[in-house]
Write a protein that binds this ligand. Structure first.
Ligand SMILES: Cc1cc2nc3c(=O)[nH]c(=O)nc-3n(C[C@H](O)[C@H](O)[C@H](O)COP(=O)(O)OP(=O)(O)OC[C@H]3O[C@@H](n4cnc5c(N)ncnc54)[C@H](O)[C@@H]3O)c2cc1C
Length: 496
């Protein structure tokens, strides 16, 4: 058992550095392959080549339709996202001889892809494309989703890919709120116990389709309402209607609800200038066209369309490294030897160039109770939310008892040192831990530098692997989970 948990952990670690889109495609391919093999060995009652032929047809149609739609709407198609849609449709329609339904299948794939270009609100598509395609099929072609992927035999594969995906997204609250609400309501409404046959398609639906980041709302609490809303709607449709497409319909109505809950108005920022703040770390300054409010420590999703975008895409989350007391909005980021196309595009910005973001999000903010004693632990670029908080305290002349442990490889990697030194007069004690000289932050160092460590709340921010190793270290010191607040920066290795 211990060996299995260790293996699952190793698999999770291995997939940490893969982008979300790619991980989703690998997961869906694993499902398609498993279903094909299970059908070959008569474990599933399908003809194995029907699955593969449908998949091929979906891939080719999706690719060609995106090329065409991209030209019509003058948008560069996102290759990986079109493949995800093609994979999902393969897994929920049929499987039957695709040649007997070739035109209908092509239309479903085409409508799914077109929905992303047509139904757009503030730079994001409104509807889950696969759900839009299969609802169109059900309404107009008499060919809707069968949800065949929801076979009991595929549950283990769905669970594994679900764990990998949701772990990466860190959105457990969304599938859990949906599943728990649905199962409770189902039992109450129909007075029968839910079976595995009922559960299997719902697992796929909630792990793969409900959590699509562009159609789900921003903010943990709002996402929980979203999960509950879709569950309630699904039960109502199942109880009071006889339609066969209740799952996809409830998701699509949920997508509209998501936009109402969270209309994500676009904020437009004008680029002003950039400056180097440490080795390979640059700050970028912007002027927002409209005023907006945020709490120190929150982040924005930045959209920077650019030519030849790589598979990491045109959106990034960056903490607002500026404080609300400053006029300019600032992000700070680290550049690798081989940076993504997004970061290269950042470097190419000229004064006056515009970037879009959606409103600020995030719970990595200072506790309201100012008497709470804190420890900030930052690894490399993870310093950005602390820069915002500390600048805010300095500008507002707020006194708080905070010890900052800021770990960098060399002296040259330390950013915003002057501000942290200045903050000493406001109760902040900065400790710069240069790992090349003194090694990494460890329990002995924490106990030495923070004698009352048991009475403090720990804020940890940095690259994902670093934050996770601190979580373990702090837990091993006996610090309660509730006293550890984290901010993960995915996409970086340990050293960022
Ligand atoms: C809430 C939140 C707040 C965040 N705040 C910040 C912040 O303030 N500052 C910040 O810098 N980051 C922040 N991040 C992380 C940020 O969103 C990016 O994930 C991170 O900066 C990596 O950027 P990048 O993908 O452009 O890769 P890069 O930084 O350009 O590269 C990182 C690594 O990936 C490799 N790589 C680059 N492109 C590719 C590619 N196409 N395929 C494969 N490998 C590639 C590089 O060689 C390098 O090893 C935050 C993330 C979250 C979730």
């Amino acid at each position: 058992m211990g060996y299995n948990i260790c293996m699952i952990n190793q698999i999770i670690q291995k997939f940490k550095n893969i982008t979300m889109h790619r991980l989703m495609n690998y997961s869906l391919w694993a499902l398609i392959l498993s279903a094909t093999v299970f059908s070959l060995f008569n474990i599933l009652p399908f003809v194995w080549w029907h699955i593969l032929a449908t998949w091929l047809l979906m891939m080719v149609t999706s690719y060609l339709s995106n090329q065409l739609l991209g030209k019509i709407f003058k948008v560069r198609p996102n290759f990986e996202s079109q493949i995800i849609t093609a994979n999902i449709i393969t897994l929920i329609v049929g499987p039957f001889d695709p040649f007997s339904n070739i035109l209908n299948l092509i239309l479903i794939a085409l409508i799914a892809q077109a929905s992303k270009y047509i139904f757009v609100f503030r730079g994001r598509h409104i509807f889950n494309p696969a759900a839009a395609g299969v609802l169109f099929g059900a309404l107009f072609l008499d060919l809707g989703a069968s949800w065949w992927v929801g076979s009991v035999y595929l549950i283990p594969v769905i669970l594994i890919i679900g764990i990998l995906m949701i772990n990466k997204l860190r959105w457990w609250h969304l599938p859990i709120s949906f599943l728990v609400a649905y199962l409770v309501l189902f039992t109450a409404a129909f007075q029968i116990k839910p079976t595995l046959t009922l559960l299997a398609p719902l697992l796929f639906f909630s792990f793969v389709m409900l959590v699509e980041p562009l159609t789900a709302p921003a903010g943990r609490k709002i996402r929980i309402y979203y999960g509950l809303f879709v569950a309630v709607l699904l039960i109502l449709l199942q109880k009071f209607s006889s339609i066969s497409y209740s799952l996809e319909l409830s998701l699509l109505i949920g997508n509209i609800f998501s936009k109402i809950l969270n209309p994500t108005p676009r904020l437009i920022f004008k680029f002003i200038r950039t400056e180097e703040v440490a080795a390979n770390i640059r700050s970028f300054f912007f002027k927002p066209l409209k005023q907006f409010t945020f709490n120190p420590g929150q982040f924005l999703e930045w959209m920077l369309p650019h030519e030849k975008a790589d598979n990491r895409g045109i959106r990034r989350w960056f903490t607002i490294a500026a404080s609300p007391t400053e006029k300019e909005i600032m992000l700070a980021t680290k550049f690798s030897e081989k940076s993504s196309s997004f970061k290269q595009a950042l470097l190419q910005l000229k004064p006056g160039d515009e970037l879009n973001t959606v409103p600020p999000d995030g719970d990595f903010v200072l506790p309201k109770d100012e008497s709470k004693k804190l420890v900030f632990i930052a690894g490399g670029i993870g310093i950005t939310p602390f820069r915002s908080m500390v600048k805010y305290m300095v500008d507002k002349k707020l006194n708080r008892d905070i010890i900052l442990l800021y770990s960098c490889k060399t002296e040259a990697d330390v950013a915003f040192k002057q501000l942290f030194e200045q903050a000493k007069s406001f109760g902040i004690k900065p400790i710069f831990v240069i790992s090349d000289q003194v090694g990494y932050i460890n329990p002995d160092m924490i106990k030495k530098e923070v004698p009352d460590w048991q009475d403090r709340i720990f804020y940890v921010s940095g690259p994902e692997p670093m934050v996770e190793s601190f979580e373990k270290m702090l837990a091993s010191m006996g610090i309660k989970e509730a006293n550890i607040v984290r901010d993960y920066f995915p996409g970086y290795e340990e050293s960022a």
